[in-house]
Ligand binder design. Structure first.
Ligand code: TXA
Ligand code: MG
Length: 359
């Protein structure tokens, strides 16, 4: 299969150029498209055969449900059997945007989407090209992130090509994704609602609107037999570059950098190719190593938007080890650290516990 790339200017959308992508979706094909979080791999959400093509292209386990994307609030009542008041309040304030709401599904949702669950995740993206594409297609669009299963989500069309060229019909390219991490997933089918995956919308923003929410314990902790995530996707090794990721955590950024340098030196001596994920505040401390700044600690959204593309960049540079500085878990920091610990397979070095570094 030849993958066609359609370039669209998000600031001045050419509807005629976008129409073939909408048509392809209507005809049951797979089309990757930009959203404000990451690129998605879309198919007609009402067509089980079209949806199964997504699983095949990504190599995605069939027990991991998909999010349904809409451009029009009216669609929610067709896709669900019950809309809680708290969901309505959140849609009023935070849609369109990086928030997926899990609700009881209606009978129009094919079983391929929900992986046997009685709920469905719905989101109205904020990206103008995503909204226009869904409107033109006139159907709800199922879309996971457009990466090969397990790899970091794509934040640019080139990442999608790197993973899925020849496996999908089309890619709509409208530049880089602003948020850079996937949407927040909130299960509102139970009360209090449960945060299943942190993302661009923070727990604080949600609690300001609907009051207390629970946070699924598996967000920052290892999945074990008695700690099973409610969101099936969270149990898989995820967001992983080819390199082995090691996170260094500390309450003191000088100590953190000291331990990062110690590890970088140690692996270098072992003949490993090391990549360092620094922050603007610490970048200068790593001049001896191959280093990229993830962004500014005081503006964690800058780190969120670059994290996955840096993982992919270090893969391109054939790094064996990626050493990454942990950042504060406040606000969008919770989502950043959730993705980092999963990419690292929970390999976290606590720099505060390292007393002295010798030879
Ligand atoms: O930002 C995003 O959400 C992107 C863009 C393309 O919209 N999509 C995305 O989809 O990240 P995906 O499939 O990569 O992640 C969806 C997550 C998975 O962890 C899945 O298990 C969970 O949402 N999920 C979907 N439906 C669910 C449901 N009914 N109950 C619980 N978890 C659900
Ligand atoms: Mg994904």
């Amino acid at each position: 299969m030849k993958t066609q790339v359609i370039k669209i200017d998000a600031e001045n959308i050419n509807e005629n150029a976008l129409k073939p992508a909408a048509e392809a979706l209507k005809q049951g094909m797979t089309v990757a498209f930009p959203t404000e979080t990451v690129y998605g791999l879309g198919a007609n959400a009402l067509d089980g055969i079209a949806v199964s093509k997504i699983f095949k292209a990504k190599g995605r386990p069939s027990d991991n449900p998909l999010i349904v994307h809409i451009a029009d609030r009216e669609k929610v009542s067709e896709l669900t059997s019950f809309i809680p008041d708290k969901a309505v309040a959140l849609m009023d304030k935070l849609w369109p945007g990086p928030l997926t709401l899990v609700m009881k599904k209606s009978s129009v949702i094919p079983k391929e989407i929900t992986a046997g669950l009685d709920t469905v995740g719905i989101r109205m993206p904020e990206h103008p090209v995503a909204l226009e594409l869904i409107k033109l297609a006139g159907i709800p669009v199922a879309a996971p992130s457009a990466n090969v299963s397990g790899k970091p989500s794509p934040t640019a069309a080139q990442h999608v090509l790197d993973d899925l060229d020849g496996k999908i019909e089309m890619i709509v390219d409208a530049g880089s994704s602003r948020v850079g991490l996937e949407s927040t997933v909130l299960d509102v089918s139970s009360d209090p609602p449960v945060l299943l995956r942190p993302g661009g919308v923070t727990p604080c923003q949600i609690e300001e609107i609907i009051g207390h929410i629970e946070i699924d314990k598996t967000i920052m902790n290892k999945v074990t037999a008695d700690n099973v995530p409610k969101s099936p996707g969270m149990k898989y090794k995820h967001y992983s570059p080819k390199a082995h990721v090691i996170i260094v955590e500390s309450s003191d950024i000088n100590k953190q950098a000291e331990v990062m340098c110690y590890l970088a030196e140690k692996y270098k001596k072992e003949g490993k190719k090391v990549g360092v994920c620094a922050t603007d505040q610490t970048f200068d401390k790593y001049c001896l190593y191959d280093t990229i700044s993830m962004g500014d600690r005081n503006h964690p959204e800058t780190i969120a938007s670059s994290l996955f593309s840096i993982f992919r960049e270090f893969d391109g540079r054939r790094a064996d080890i990626i050493l990454a500085e942990a950042v504060d878990q406040n606000g969008v920091g919770l989502a950043i650290m959730n993705r980092m610990v999963k990419a690292a397979g929970y390999d976290i070095v606590k720099a505060d516990l390292v007393n002295s570094i010798g030879g």
